[in-house]
Design a protein. Structure first.
Length: 194
């Protein structure tokens, strides 16, 4: 990072940190990739993964986890980096399939939709794929639920066929019943135009 970003980017650490200052340009992810890939090679789960029941061997965090859980496996159950979790659980096959889900959703939203809302959602889905390589912790929470809600909307032909006004009326109609009548009138007008 220091080759690309010039200057001192250190800040005072918060109460939970170990040092007085934190370097904002520090590499905090490469060692996670190294641990995961070395573990996959060592235990031969590169292609098919290790399932969510097992973690990856982590010299950095494993001892502390073993001490807390009173075991001797040196495994970390999951990582902050979403794509490493997908790789650990499903291997390269899972990473490729996961990629195809995202790329197809983005493609359909950007190239095959009639409204700007879905185009924005397609960009959001593409961003979340790229961000999965940096962080985007994999857990079943509202962020994960919203991501797959966005992906499913991108796949939906009904949503992709909506015009901007239809999408607006649908969105507002979720919260206000007055918009239901407007959507029906709009659909009748479009049918008569055909």
């Amino acid at each position: 990072m220091n080759d690309y970003i010039k200057g001192d980017y250190t800040v005072a650490a918060n109460e939970n940190s170990y040092g007085d200052k934190e370097d904002l340009t520090a590499d905090t992810r490469t060692f996670l990739y190294v641990e995961e890939i070395l573990s996959a090679i060592k235990y031969d789960y590169v292609i098919f993964g290790r399932t969510p029941a097992r973690g990856y061997e982590s010299p950095t965090f494993g001892r502390e986890i073993d001490k807390d859980l009173k075991r001797n496996k040196m495994e970390r159950f999951s990582s902050e980096v979403s794509i490493l979790n997908i790789f650990n659980w499903t291997g390269l096959i899972g990473v490729v399939l996961y990629f195809l889900i995202f790329v197809r959703a983005s493609y359909l939203a950007l190239k095959k939709s009639n409204n700007w809302a879905l185009k924005c959602l397609g960009i959001y889905v593409a961003f979340r794929w790229m961000y999965a390589w940096v962080e985007d912790y994999s857990s079943f929470d509202l962020s994960f639920l919203f991501l797959f809600l966005a992906i499913s909307i991108c796949y939906s032909k009904a949503f992709r066929d909506m015009t901007d006004s239809e999408f607006k009326y649908w969105l507002f109609g979720v919260f206000d019943k007055r918009y239901h009548k407007a959507v029906k009138k709009l659909q009748l007008v479009e049918i008569e135009d055909i």
